[in-house]
Design a protein around this ligand. Sequence first.
Ligand code: GSH
Length: 215
Amino acid sequence: MVAIKVHGNPLSTASMRVLATVYEKEIDHEFVFVDMRAGEHKKEHFLSLNPFGQVPALEDGDLKLFESRAINKYIACEYADKGTQLIYQDSKKMAITSVWMEVEAQQYDPAASKLGWELAMKPLLGMSTDTAVVEENEAKLAKVLDVYESRLAQSKYLGGDCFTLADLHHLPTLHYLFGTQVKKLLDSHPLVSAWIADITARPAWLKVLALQSQQ
Ligand SMILES: N[C@@H](CCC(=O)N[C@@H](CS)C(=O)NCC(=O)O)C(=O)O
């Protein structure tokens, strides 16, 4: 059987999201490094995988996909019998997990990604941080984290009693935010902090970080 191909860059949050899923599912895969500094993601070959010219992209035989969260849903369904169960078979349980997957994408990620860009990436690129953007998005993130704190008082993980894609999708942005002033905000939410400690210690996630450190 031909292994799936994950095209991406280990420094990209969206690529890390898919790699975490591939490692959780323990499926054979080929990681195709996309050299973003060389602009490979804007060249014809990559644009045939994702017309928006953004990593990651997935090839599974004839199937070509982009958008990290859609790729992860596909992998979790198609390889349901392998590795960690990242979704539920029960439709009501899955509906609840889907709610929290949407919360991650629509409420958490916009603020988390802006903070990651301002506080982690811009300093690395020698650009100056916009403090007004940081203030605005810390306030937005604080509201989301208050909701998470209540949710995690009722349920061990966001999507239910088991670790699912609803938790996994947070890992890359949490990783970058942990090295910034936002850690203080995360630490001020005890149940959120315990959840972060739990999900970031997963062996599959440590493999993603190991791959990243080889770059
Ligand atoms: N919603 C997309 C976002 C993809 C994305 O923004 N990828 C970034 C790296 S994390 C990228 O390729 N940026 C280069 C660009 O936009 O030109 C996903 O989840 O896959």
